[in-house]
Write a protein that binds this ligand. Structure first.
Ligand SMILES: Nc1ncnc2c1ncn2[C@@H]1O[C@H](COP(=O)(O)OP(=O)(O)O)[C@@H](O)[C@H]1O
Ligand SMILES: [Mg+2]
Length: 253
């Protein structure tokens, strides 16, 4: 099976403290993988290195076969990798549709496309695509609503639609269920399953193990920056090293 994301021998220190040590794992294409571990284990640091916010001290990061290890952050979207943030980066004064159109601009490669006055063209292809993507996710009713007025769970899902419209095929989500109520969590779970069914690769950091269990085929467990286990959650959660890592934390079991 080919890897959408491949991390090999990755290391990172902050002021001499090793945050990530010789970390290697692969995220298979079209699958959903969880990156779990106690607070401070290094999960967000991995996301920051894959998205290019932090440089690496050693190791290699490959997205869809392209080595992105030293690629500037802004160019990495062209390889398909994108990240959603805990603080949603939608423009709250614009409508849902307008936010999606701004995201699609990222994907436009030619100057002509960038200069297209899409607001003046009622049935511009991007608008049709954006409306279709909203409909697919059951969010079409919100198309013309102002983002700032929408519930948090809806905004979160619109952020996902925006990322995929912008060309993301490998999506990293840092604690996507945090702050959501149970019905919003269910809607998010269905949305992520639908993305996975369309072939989008997901790497999810999440503390809610029921949520992880409901969407992830495979988990990678980090502790103090090292991989201590990898495999199906049902197997990994019985691993003595994993149980020990979670003692005294708010982790499951
Ligand atoms: N920018 C930074 N400067 C200094 N230390 C950092 C920085 N980012 C992360 N760290 C440290 O790296 C370790 C891993 O942090 P993090 O990746 O945020 O863990 P997690 O997301 O698993 O909770 C922690 O010890 C944290 O303090
Ligand atoms: Mg974190």
């Amino acid at each position: 099976m080919s890897a959408a994301l491949s991390i090999s021998g990755l290391s990172k220190s902050f002021a001499g403290v090793r945050a990530i040590r010789d970390l290697s794992f692969e995220v298979p294409k079209g699958r959903t993988t969880a990156l779990i571990g106690p607070n401070g284990a290094g999960k967000t640091t991995v996301f920051n290195m894959v998205s290019g916010v932090y440089g690496v001290d050693a190791g290699r990061i490959t997205v869809n076969g392209t080595d992105v290890t030293h690629m500037p952050s802004r160019r990495r979207i062209s390889t398909g990798v994108a990240r959603s943030f805990q603080n949603i980066r939608l423009m709250s004064h614009l409508s849902v549709l307008e936010n999606l159109l701004v995201g699609q601009h990222v994907r436009a490669s030619s100057l002509a496309a960038l200069l297209t006055p899409y607001r003046l063209i009622p049935n511009h292809r991007w608008k049709r695509e954006a409306r279709a993507a909203l409909a697919e996710s059951g969010l079409e009713a919100y198309a013309d609503e102002t983002v700032g007025a929408l519930p948090y769970g809806v905004r979160k899902r619109i952020d996902l639609v925006r990322a995929t419209l912008a060309g993301a095929s490998v999506l990293m989500l840092d604690e996507p269920a945090a702050g959501l109520n149970p019905s919003e969590t269910n809607a998010l779970r269905d949305h992520l399953r639908a993305l996975a069914a369309k072939g989008v690769t997901l790497l999810v950091v999440e503390h809610d193990m029921h949520f992880v269990d409901s969407i992830c085929e495979n988990v990678v467990v980090l502790n103090f920056g090292e991989k201590i286990a990898e495999g199906p959650l049902s197997v990994v959660r019985r691993d003595p090293k994993v149980r020990e890592a979670y003692i005294g934390t708010d982790g499951e079991d």
